[in-house]
Design a binder for this molecule. Structure first.
Ligand code: NAP
Length: 269
């Protein structure tokens, strides 16, 4: 996808952080944008900010309250949005949350909610919308650096984010013959309300293993995401540190493990 003017974008989790930054940049690029999230008040505030970036009077913007963990609601709301707004040219499955804890402190209920929010949410939205999407369309699933490297204290989050990468790879092969591109975004730590919430429960070891990496800004992640869509990149890893980590994980996994072990040891003395 090289051009966003007049394109229909459906973006889940568009009321905050990386999703909001992306929605604003897509509005500035001329796209029509619908955002989905649970809190109607936050959605309305975000929608105003997104609309303020419009570059053409004909651009349309909307928001829909939705919990992506509720499969039936996703099916109903996405169906209604296609009817009123038209089919999406670009779907960004951005919703995700992390609640860091030692594995023994992760309840089954937390694991279940993480999977339903981070993985099932993307699956349900994709399943509802793919039948309406045609050649030239694109789908981006937002994973994480924790989607290609295991991170201490993030066992349920890593399980959901690794699964998103596998889902995206399989989907990419199936949808390529139909001319629908699939990408996966793997951001490093990014300065968002979501990260601030994560930091509240992070074990010391989790903080230690990510201490050296540069914190990214949501606008920079959004810019890399949009550039990745334009170039048809499958694995979009924003930032120099993220790209280096992705390279090292593939070509020198032992070094990555040693660096992680050193960080964990340091946090324990
Ligand atoms: N920030 C980072 O450091 C970082 C790093 C790597 C990957 N990521 C990934 O990037 C994505 C965005 O992260 P962020 O930090 O920008 O998040 P954020 O600031 O917490 O924003 C999350 C957005 O998702 C919505 N949301 C949360 N749960 C939802 C649900 N069940 N149904 C519908 N909407 C829901 C939130 O609105 P409501 O609460 O009103 O629903 C909000 O709009 C996530 O997938 C995250 O895992 C983030």
């Amino acid at each position: 996808m090289k051009e966003f003017g007049g394109k229909n974008v459906f973006l889940t989790g568009g009321s905050s952080g990386i999703g909001l930054a992306t929605a604003k940049q897509l509005a500035a690029a001329g796209a029509d944008v619908v955002i989905f999230a649970r809190d109607a008040g936050k959605l309305a505030v975000a929608l105003e900010q997104i609309e303020s970036r419009r570059v053409a009077a004909a651009q349309r913007f909307a928001c829909r309250p939705l919990d992506v963990a509720d499969h039936a609601a996703v099916t109903a709301v996405m169906g209604e949005t296609v009817e009123t707004f038209g089919a999406p040219d670009l779907l960004i499955n951005n919703v995700g949350r992390a609640l860091p804890h030692y594995f023994e402190d992760v309840t089954f209920e937390q694991f279940d909610e993480t999977m339903r929010t981070n993985l099932y949410g993307a699956w349900s939205a994709t399943a509802a919308l793919v039948p309406h999407m045609g050649a030239g369309a694109a789908i981006v699933n937002v994973s994480s650096m924790a989607g290609f490297m295991g991170v201490f204290g993030l066992s349920d989050y890593c399980a959901s984010k690794f699964a998103l990468v596998g889902f995206s790879e399989a989907l990419r092969q199936e949808l390529r013959p139909r001319g629908i591109a699939v990408s996966v975004l793997c951001p490093p730590d990014t300065d968002t309300p979501g990260l601030a919430h994560e930091d509240l429960t992070k074990p010391a070891e989790t903080k230690a293993v990510s201490a050296g990496a540069k914190l990214m800004q949501p606008d920079d992640v959004a810019r890399d995401l949009i550039r990745g869509i334009e170039r048809g990149t499958f694995m979009i890893v924003p930032g120099g540190d993220g790209k280096l980590a992705y390279f090292m994980k593939r070509h020198a996994p032992g070094v990555v493990d040693a660096i992680m072990r050193r960080g964990i040891r340091k946090a324990r003395v």
